[in-house]
Design a protein around this ligand. Structure first.
Ligand code: UD1
Ligand code: CA
Length: 450
């Protein structure tokens, strides 16, 4: 049983965003969600998140994580945030404290700090430190003076490259005894958790050094947000590659945290996989696949967009196709370039290969939908359904004015505007009949040039 406190009450003014800092999404998961996931993976079973700014949104973003929340009434620094959590903490035992804005933190870092803390019995706190190439903005670890915030550093302290990661292990008893005694720092009157973790002389608190800087890149502005996203992208993609997913490029594909990829799947250059997806097939270059499933052997060709679609094995989609919510493509279907499908099932083996709109429809097995066919599903007020039964053939550039049904095996002539049901096995032609006026073209031309 171990407890962790996540400090997530700050607004993050440097983000220049109305959204609370810890809610900024990284691969579809809010920043603070990455911390909670790492804590869980490290075996921390009790997580207390300190909230203030947009607390409702933070709580709802974490509602699946089984965490507890405390409110920091008026945020007055990291020490004040910890004071607010005090009543939620156990009487004794280790308490991990972490910021909510270091989303690259991993379970291994957390375990390493807990182990380092446990290895020095008698110590009341252990702070994880790392070596920063550019220590600007971080609290410096000054073994004589403690942890000194950037703004309060002397010129000599500014040069220190060992910095505070913001990850600490405390003995609960120490927190219960000392948090209320913190002194406010001018000019903002903030309380610093670092005053508890930084009692470095005398063995009250200790430093566990040598943590990877990459784990603690703090996100304080949009540039750091983008940097963190790039690191997570590669980390997530690499983990999928290790179980057998083929990536054209580990850096140039974005896979959300909630997506599930299966061995044998492949992800093209620039592909974006968002939300809850299950991908067993191929997502080609520059596709966007959101809340969709792609079965084994299915191929989503370049530049296609799938949103809320279900693509079964062996189906071929695109290039440049658009599948909208409710698009269901059964096995071995083909949906080609510039075809849009919405709320429609395309049954086994059916094809719509070019330039079509299929909305609110049921397209039967083996049907061929010719180029340019449109289901006219909307009459300006209501949506209507189009049914095309098994084996029917729809000629190019047909308008199917719904509600309408095409019977099994029927043939519709190209260019038809179909407003009435077509019986099974019928041929329907609904267009002006052609007349040929022999020899009249040259006569017309002569008149035109006279
Ligand atoms: C803090 C540390 C600094 C360390 C750095 C690592 C202090 C005083 N400084 O600085 O030594 O190097 O983290 O990234 O702790 N928060 C609250 N309530 C508050 C204020 C902050 O919950 O009243 C939360 C924030 O939401 C954030 C975290 O605490 O998640 C850290 O606060 P932030 O203001 O980002 O501290 P830093 O300036 O980065
Ligand atoms: Ca910070």
């Amino acid at each position: 049983m171990s407890t962790a406190v996540v400090l997530a009450a700050g607004l993050g003014t440097r983000m220049r965003s109305p959204l609370a800092k810890v809610l900024h999404p990284l691969l579809g998961r809010p920043m603070v969600g990455w911390i909670v996931a790492a804590l869980r993976e490290a075996g921390v079973d009790d997580i207390v998140v300190v909230v203030h700014h947009q607390e409702e949104a933070v709580m709802s973003a974490l509602r699946d994580g089984g965490v507890r929340f405390v409110r920091q009434e008026s945020p007055k620094g990291t020490g004040d945030a910890l004071r607010c959590a005090l009543a939620q903490l156990p009487a004794r035992g280790p308490v991990l404290v972490t910021a909510g804005d270091t989303p690259l933190l991993q379970a291994s870092d957390i375990r390493r700090l807990l182990d380092a803390h446990a290895a020095s019995p008698g110590r009341l706190a252990t702070v994880a430190s790392f070596h920063a190439q550019d220590p600007a903005g971080y609290g410096r670890i000054d073994r004589g003076a403690g942890i000194v915030e950037h703004a309060e550093c002397s010129p000599a302290q500014l040069a220190i490259q060992e910095v505070n990661s913001g990850l600490y292990a405390f003995e609960a008893e120490y927190l219960h005894a000392e948090v209320r005694n913190l002194a406010a720092h001018p000019p903002k009157g903030e309380y610093y958790v670092t005053d508890l973790a930084g009692r470095l002389d005398g063995g009250i608190t200790g430093v566990a050094s040598g943590f990877p800087a990459s784990a603690f890149a703090g996100v304080n502005d949009k540039a750091q947000l983008a940097d963190a996203r790039a690191v997570l992208r590669r980390r997530v993609n690499r983990a999928w590659a290790e179980i057998g997913v083929d990536f054209a490029d580990l850096d140039y594909a974005s896979v959300d945290a909630a997506a599930v990829l299966l061995p044998g799947a492949s992800v093209g250059f620039g592909a974006v996989i968002e939300g809850r997806c299950t991908i067993a097939g191929t997502v080609g270059p520059h596709c966007v696949v959101r809340n969709s499933s792609v079965g084994p052997g299915a191929v989503i060709h370049a530049g296609s967009v799938c949103d809320g679609a279900n693509v079964a094995s062996g189906a071929l989609v695109g290039p440049m196709a658009r599948l909208r919510p409710g698009a269901v493509l059964e096995e071995d279907t083909h949906v080609g370039n510039y075809v849009e499908i919405k709320n429609a099932v395309i049954r086994r083996g059916a094809k719509a290969n070019h330039l079509s709109y299929i909305g609110d429809a049921d397209i039967g097995e083996g049907v061929n939908v010719g180029a340019g066919t449109i289901t006219c599903n909307y009459d300006g007020v209501h949506k209507h359904k189009t049914h095309i039964a098994k084996g029917a053939f729809i000629g190019s550039n047909t308008a199917l004015v719904a509600p309408v049904s095409i019977g099994e095996g029927a043939i519709v002539g190209a260019g038809s505007t179909i407003t009435q049901d077509v019986p099974a096995d019928a041929i329907a032609i609904a267009r002006g009949m052609q007349k040929n006026h022999e020899g009249r073209a040259s006569q017309l031309r002569a008149r035109q040039t006279r």
